[in-house]
Design a protein. Structure first.
Length: 385
């Protein structure tokens, strides 16, 4: 596959700051690791600069009032933020703070998504990866969960306008609520989100009963997991749902949000995936994408600073057909510390009782999903085990 990595330093020159979980350092370190591996020297691997999304493009998903508000909050008059305006549109200092230059930085993320969408739509690449994107929580007129512009929804709208049907797979530990809501009533976009259940966990949605409405019934699919769900159970559920539904839907474009906050060392999530399991996920998606021919991939969450660069480097390796040496390259190690590309340790084993509960919960969710969508999808008989 011809692969494009959509990225430039402007994406991490400003942001929420170092004390915030979504620190832009995550992006810089991922870029530095890929550069250290010379990941863009391969003939079918291209480093492509993003551009700013135009106002018109942002309006594919966002309201004009919201775009104006983001612009105003981005360049506060007299240096102080209009707190009333900020609050009205979901900007909160403790979660999604407004910051100087926000309009440009976040507009660049949306632009990166569009550059990727254009490349795969025109066949200039079979896969495009924007690690800075995947802002799946933003709503048409609301910032939420560290997300300002929903680059994913903007890009999917753009693809729909080109006449494409889209399958969206979201493996971030948080429910992809903003993208689900954006396409809840259409059968031209299939959204599938696997995530930690919204029980005392942001954003509180993403249950199997959320299936879409009207023509969109059965085209919003949710697979929630309890905290401490292990990798084997997660991958089992993924295989039950994602490949069969994406194949039946037969989309023109596969769009994925590849948040790595499912990792067992993540600061926000409580699932127990390792980089090895994460790579299996990406490989499964890659094999689906091969059959489709167009794959637009996004980063997303991931808050363990020593995990994110390795996971997304491994993901880009799968996309661009490269295997990187497991020892971190000296150029990177000198700066950030030596180590291995894959995890060398693994999560502590979960008590038998908790393991049974996570399994029962996942199975019950899948049973609900299958029962309620058997008029829309052909489900394979579940193998016993
Ligand atoms: Zn997340």
């Amino acid at each position: 596959m011809e692969a494009a990595f959509i990225c430039s330093e402007a994406l991490w020159s400003r942001g929420f700051g170092e004390g915030h979980p979504l620190t832009p350092v995550r992006l810089k370190r991922t870029y530095d690791l890929l550069m250290a591996y010379r990941a863009f020297d391969a003939p079918a691997s291209h480093l492509v600069k993003p551009r700013l999304a135009t106002r018109e493009e942002l309006l594919l998903f966002h309201t004009a009032e919201y775009v104006d508000a983001v612009e105003r909050l981005s360049a506060p008059r007299g240096g102080s933020v209009d707190r009333t305006l900020a609050r009205r549109y979901g900007f909160r200092p403790d979660e999604t703070p407004a910051f100087a230059g926000m309009f440009e930085t976040e507009g660049l993320k949306a632009g990166a998504a569009l550059v990727g969408a254009e490349m795969v739509a025109e066949g200039r690449a079979q896969v495009a990866f924007s690690i800075a994107g995947g802002m799946h929580h933003a709503r048409p007129a609301l910032a939420s969960g560290f997300c300002v512009f929903n680059d994913v929804a903007v890009a999917i709208h753009w693809l729909l306008r080109r006449g494409f049907r889209v399958a969206y797979v979201d493996v971030d530990v948080h429910h992809g609520d903003g993208v689900q809501a954006a396409f809840y009533d259409t059968d031209r976009v299939l959204t599938i989100s696997l995530h930690q259940a919204g029980i005392m966990f942001y954003p509180g949605t993403g249950f199997p009963e959320e299936l879409g409405e009207g023509a969109g019934y059965g085209y919003s699919i949710n697979v929630p997991f309890l905290p401490y769900t292990g990798e084997d159970l997660y991958l089992w559920a993924f295989r039950q749902v994602v490949p069969p539904l994406v194949r039946q839907f037969a989309p023109d474009v596969l769009v994925t949000q590849l948040g790595v906050d499912t990792h067992y060392r993540d600061l926000l999530g409580s699932l127990l995936l390792t980089t090895q399991g994460y790579v299996v996920l990406v490989e499964e998606l890659e094999s689906l994408a091969e059959g489709i021919g167009r794959w637009l991939a996004f980063g997303g969450g991931g808050y363990a600073i020593d995990v994110v660069p390795r996971a997304w480097t491994l993901a880009y390796g799968v996309m661009s057909g490269q295997t990187f040496p497991d020892e971190l390259p000296p150029m990177y190690a000198e700066r950030y510390g030596s180590g291995r590309l894959h995890d060398v340790d693994e999560p502590e084993p979960v008590e038998a009782r908790a393991a049974r509960q996570t399994r029962a919960y996942a199975k019950k969710g899948l049973a609900v999903l299958k029962a309620r969508t058997k008029g829309v999808w052909k489900w394979e008989e579940e193998a016993h085990g």
